[in-house]
Design a protein around this ligand. Structure first.
Ligand SMILES: Nc1nc2c(ncn2[C@@H]2O[C@H](COP(=O)(O)OP(=O)(O)OP(=O)(O)O)[C@@H](O)[C@H]2O)c(=O)[nH]1
Ligand SMILES: [Mg+2]
Length: 433
């Protein structure tokens, strides 16, 4: 969460346009500015360069790098944030010319994540991604420190530096394996909790989508419609803000709207174009709620001209997470910001709905669609349950729709429709059909 009292670091944004269109390049620069804002940077200047391909040594070319150096000293910037992912050598060389720290887009995203990580799991995941990112960059880091120490380049210092790098490298590798183990432990606990919930027989719905699309706002809207124990549901509300990566941790809430079957809803980290691969890998366990969901709500900001592109990126990320088979509903949010709402032609393989999480429009239709789609996630069971397994009979009565029930010599024969999870659980306990 951004701290309003925190000191903003003056920074310059650096863009390199190669073969993308002017519009795409501008859009990417705007996003870099929003990411910088989310990281408490104050953008004091923007410098762009056009080249057929990035310069091997300095990324933007040595002439442009010198121009950048002059701009930086003119406005006392402390940081240069580059659009794109720089190689360790490019980063090191550029840093040397301009005399201030260089971050690339991946480094910036990792920095935001490390500031925002709230739970222990998120902290460990970010640390793991950060160390993987740092590992090949150690050389550049040492050179930078060496220069600050005043002995940059001298042969004696270089030896010490190289030893230090080797040491750092070993320490980082060691820490990475520790982190892997700790994260695996957390994931195991999470699995136990999850199977506990599945036993609750509730349908699991997951919100996914590009960052800032309105996922958390939609969760809060559904919570506000839910039945409350006291008179308010506010303590269950999740954090929403006009800021990239407002949410990092996964929150799960029971949505219990009067007159409708309750379901579980999870809200999690948003996606972004070119999300660092190490980050996706590190967040795989947080995103487990998405992987095990019965249905995905793909939320988009329909007022953003790039929302279809955002949808493509979301689908690609979901593919990386092995979520291709899960039924989905495309939720076009922020309809209140649109002048017109296109006619929706529902087809069996693509379910779309326009909603406004802020004003409530379209929410009832979305809920109908969730229940309609869950038919796909439900299945019929026909099973003979021994009289000794009375607890299973109780669960089926509580959680499934019973079609018929006959008392036979060896047990109760039940035909019912229930969630896939409940069916799997029953079949794993009772092998005879
Ligand atoms: N006008 C309008 N604004 C909305 C709507 N839904 C969300 N917003 C705003 O969009 C911004 C982002 O909303 P969030 O709910 O935090 O978005 P998110 O998808 O959870 O974002 P991350 O957690 O960063 O991935 C906030 O300023 C919301 O108030 C809507 O239906 N209409
Ligand atoms: Mg959010």
């Amino acid at each position: 969460m951004t701290n309003d009292q925190s000191v903003l670091i003056p920074a310059v944004l650096v863009g390199l346009r190669t073969n993308e269109s002017e519009d795409d390049f501008q859009h990417a620069m705007d996003e870099l500015a929003s990411l910088s804002e989310a990281c408490d940077l104050q953008v004091k200047g923007v410098l762009t360069q056009t080249l057929p391909h990035p310069d091997n040594a300095t990324w933007i070319g040595s002439g442009k790098a010198e121009e950048l150096e002059r701009a930086i000293s003119g406005i006392n910037a402390e940081l240069a944030v580059c659009l794109g992912n720089l190689s360790p050598a490019q980063m090191k060389n550029l840093q040397k010319i301009i005399g201030v720290t260089v971050w690339d887009r991946t480094g910036l995203i990792l920095e935001i994540f490390s500031r925002r990580a709230g739970t222990r799991e998120a902290k460990l995941q970010v640390e793991s991604a950060y160390l993987q990112y740092m590992l090949p960059r150690l050389t550049g880091m040492w050179q930078h420190l060496g220069r600050q120490g005043g002995g940059g380049g001298s042969r004696a210092n270089k030896g010490v530096g190289e030893k230090q790098i080797e040491l750092d490298r070993r320490q980082i590798s060691h820490r990475l394996s520790e982190l892997k183990k700790e994260l695996a432990d957390i994931e195991r606990t999470r699995d136990i909790q999850r199977s506990g919930r599945i036993r609750g027989g509730l349908l699991a719905v997951a919100l996914v989508g590009y960052t800032n699309a309105g996922k958390s706002s939609l969760m809060n809207r559904l919570l506000s419609m839910s039945e409350t124990v006291g008179d308010r549901n506010t303590e269950k509300e999740v954090f929403e803000k006009d800021m990239l990566f407002a949410t990092l941790d996964t929150s799960i809430r029971k949505i219990d709207i009067p007159g409708r079957k309750p379901f579980l809803l999870s809200d999690t980290v948003g996606f972004i174009e070119d999300i660092p691969h190490s980050l996706i890998k590190a967040f795989r366990s947080t995103l487990a709620e998405v992987r095990f969901a019965d249905i995905l709500l793909i939320v988009m900001d329909s007022s953003d001209p790039h929302h279809e592109e955002h949808r493509r990126i979301t689908e690609e990320t979901l593919r990386d997470l092995d979520c291709e088979g899960i039924p989905r509903i495309y939720v076009y949010n922020k309809s209140d910001l649109r002048d017109n709402i296109p006619e929706i032609r529902d087809s069996s393989d693509m379910k779309c709905v326009y909603i406004s999480a802020r004003e409530g429009a379209g929410i009832d239709r979305l809920l109908d669609m969730i229940y309609e789609s869950t038919g796909a996630g439900r299945q019929e069971i026909d099973i003979l349950i021994p009289y000794t397994d009375g607890d299973l009979i109780n669960r089926i009565h509580n959680e499934a729709d019973v079609i018929s029930e006959n008392f036979e010599e060896n047990g109760t024969r039940i035909r019912a429709v229930c969630t896939k999870q409940l069916a799997d659980l029953i079949y794993s306990r009772i092998s005879s059909i």
